[in-house]
Design a binder for this molecule. Sequence first.
Ligand SMILES: Nc1ncnc2c1ncn2[C@@H]1O[C@H](COP(=O)(O)OP(=O)(O)OP(=O)(O)O)[C@@H](O)[C@H]1O
Length: 617
Amino acid sequence: MSGLFTYSAKKALRHSEYHVLGIVGQGQFGRVFCAIHRSTGQLVALKELERQSTHKFLRELRFLLSLAHPNIITFQALEYTQTKRYLVMDYCEGGTLRSLIQSKIQLSLAERLKLITDVLAGLGHAHSRGIIHRDIKPENILLNLHTTGWIARISDFGIARLSQELYGCALDDIGSSAYMAPERFYGEYSPASDLYAVGILLFELMVGHRPFSGTPKDLMLAHLNQLIKVPDTIPFLLRSTILTALQKLPARRFTSAAQMLRSIQLAAEVYGLAQEAIPLAKPAVSLSVCPSVTTQQEPLRVLVTSLVVESQQVYQAYGSQIFCQTYTSDALAKDALHQWQIQLNAPVQTLIPRPQGCFAVTQKRLHNCFVYSIYCLPRTYCPTFGKQSECSLEQYRLLSFECINSAIAIAPQGQWIAIAKTVAPRLLEQTTFQILKLPSLQPIKPPQNCRFPLQLIPLDSRYGIVVSTQLENEVAGSAGTVFEVFSRRGSFVGVLNLPISLRLVTLSATFPYRLLAIDQNNPSSALLIDLKPFRVFRIELEISPAFVVATYWGYVIADRQGKIVLLDRDGKNIGSFRVPATPSAIATFEDYGLLIATWSGDRGTLDKVDLRQLHRD
Ligand SMILES: Nc1ncnc2c1ncn2[C@@H]1O[C@H](COP(=O)(O)OP(=O)(O)OP(=O)(O)O)[C@@H](O)[C@H]1O
């Protein structure tokens, strides 16, 4: 259904400056889309205005367009199509504060206070311009990702008021009533009404639930008459901040957003939170560690650096060798007929399984650069045992090239290969990008410049991304990550930026536009990134990953100490276990199997793990 919605918006906006990436929500005004500006590549939210916009509405809106503050969602413009009007707004990839609260991620105290002070800073700016929000609630607070956590930004500024005044929309749903100051029920409001709503929000973030619940009528009676009880477990200074913000009489509350903000900052200083970097949230549920789920173990005499399983074949790379074993009736074949080994002429950097066979990328140092070679060992490749002659190996070499750094992506169905090469270190203009058809190796376009790549990732048969580091960022001194989307025709079609440095960016095995990546600066924090529409979710891990492998049911993440964490497709922890040594390569095996090559000292093992045992234990 949402595909249909997106399609209708895409159609309406076909001739506009925006390309719709997907629907992100539905409000009372209409749907909200994530879109990208066709020429600047800027990401925006497009809020559809379903109702007929009156002149007064548009005049008021122009006033709101002037509201510019880092903690307020800025309205940038109005976009007209033949049938619809869209408000163009800053896009928030982190979703709403409500979704963060519901995600059960336990926010640290510093993080909770930071969210509240962000809201107060935004409110302070609006109040100083005579604008009252009137509908502060977690649904109207959106989140942008930042190196140290979240930035809260107030959305729907003035829209709540406009909708009430111009269209007679009442804010009487439970979501809004739960945050409504007593005077609001008499039709009165002032900046202090917004501060009351922030008081409820602070209570909710500190205590875990709101002070009052029930029907809108119950809520009204509670706001008007019921005394607030803040549990003693809440630090004293914060308790008194909540009680001041939630005074029944507006005159007894904080006199301004700035005053309330100072009260929270004082609490943060007193409790030693101000100077610290904001600590990241910890997972709500601690992982249960299952001691052993290994069902078979084979000794290894070499360090396996790459391991893949493709159509009943298990490929292991070590040094310049590739060893292939077939597995039959639930076991790895031991007989010579079902296993073979070849020696390539350089160390294998990576193995990429595709329907036509296993691709192997080798890398050999040559003076000041490297020679990269790409081989494709077809599925039917099964040499008569014994040593391979150079000539039989050469026929499987697709191409070789010299450069300083290279990243390679092969389409999931193996129709094309994308290659980025850097000929001089860290020079943007010295990195070229090209797509070649497979198996002909015919270039789709002449090589073009691209950013120095960390990784190339194929998304589906039509698109892929160049992942690179962005050094200059709005947030001074901090690096970010750039995702440049390319098409199989070899053109760049869009750019998405994230102000976080990432590593181990891994494509989901089931969602073509979903990535899991590790935050370079917070090694035990992973990000689940949806590219279409652009949404980012933070996942706290109890390990610092060295490996991430996507499976059809989720992700396998391992650290160097042998702790393995399993996440489902949405990033939820579903289990963990240990292997006795450092994993050197991991592959998925049948539906619930994992193959883990480990190494310590001068020996290792190849462990076959049956994940169904996790449930039994
Ligand atoms: N600027 C934005 N960036 C990212 N997502 C957004 C943005 N604005 C809205 N959304 C998403 O769209 C959803 C609907 O937003 P919208 O503001 O239209 O509705 P609402 O606040 O729930 O209701 P109302 O229409 O009463 O304001 C939000 O819950 C949020 O998930």
